[in-house]
Write a protein that binds this ligand. Sequence first.
Ligand code: TYM
Length: 341
Amino acid sequence: MAERAYSGPMRVFSGVQPSGSLHLGNYLGALAKWVEMQKSYDCIFCVVDLHAITVSQDPKRLADQTREIAAAYIAAGVDPERSIIYPQSAVLAHVELGWILNCVARMGWLERMTQFKDKAGKDRERASVGLFDYPVLQAADILAYRATHVPTGEDQKQHLELARDIADRFNREFDIPNFFPLPEPMTTGPGARVMSLKDGSKKMSKSDPSEASRINLLDSNDEIVRKIRRATTDSEPLPHVPEGLAGRPEASNLIAIYSALAGVSEAEVLNAFGGRGFGEFKPALAELAVQKLGPISDEMRRLMADRAELDRVLSRGAGRAREIADPIMAEVRQAVGFWRP
Ligand code: TYM
């Protein structure tokens, strides 16, 4: 018999780790999408500090890194009155549900996760257990709020599919159809996979040792211009249609970045720049990037100077998040059969 569909409210959940400066990939793959989504959905945007400590962090800096990510959310356009912004570690439901879901997820599912393989590298034995378990905590983040939609960059697709599998297995194991929704990954669209400026086959990443590979949200205008000018490219002129970008990863990346920043299709970008060389295209891209990112970094700096205000946003957000998660966790405990007086 076909199962009845989940009928709870639509809710968006997503998060960023406070583990280093945010870059253009984080902005286009996540933050920019969130700003659009908050217009139509109830949204929860978490600063995932529990995830950040799966690799070593400086305890003296972690709280400030958390404030910086919250500042980036707001500077990018997330409205803290409308959407919930809070630190993950301030809401214990993540940890509690994370443990319960550890007992639902299977080792074999986690062993297939490519991000763990990439991050642990050759020295798997020395990786933290938390790094291996990272995707289960991510599933708990989403399901503790019964979130239905999860906007992230493309690199998170596998983790989000795992979250669906975990939700489905929980529903079946405890025999409560639709207890958890199967959250919908939203990992496509322009900017979903921004590549390194130095190597079009690698994604733009916080952990790339080359600063020139990424544009940070706090880069000065001059740095943005210089990094785009020095971005690796081939020597051909730009094609007139997107099909002509096949086999040209660096050109594809710069066109995708332009398209995402300008909010126009790649076909439109190539319509304007087809036949021209990078000597003409790069300055136009740099100008657009400065125009879009400059105000965000100015606003981030302004917000970061007012630590008390950021702390108010984070505390209020944590309170609102608990109000949603607490009753769901009460149902989870009952479903699992834990003692209660
Ligand atoms: P994090 O902090 O590694 O990445 C934050 C967001 O940035 C996106 N992203 C990119 N998008 C496009 N191009 C890139 N080069 C690029 N690099 C990063 C990521 O896809 C992500 O959306 N595991 C999550 C954090 C998390 C989470 C969650 C997300 C924890 N719990 C629950 C959603 C729901 C992560 O990748 O963080």
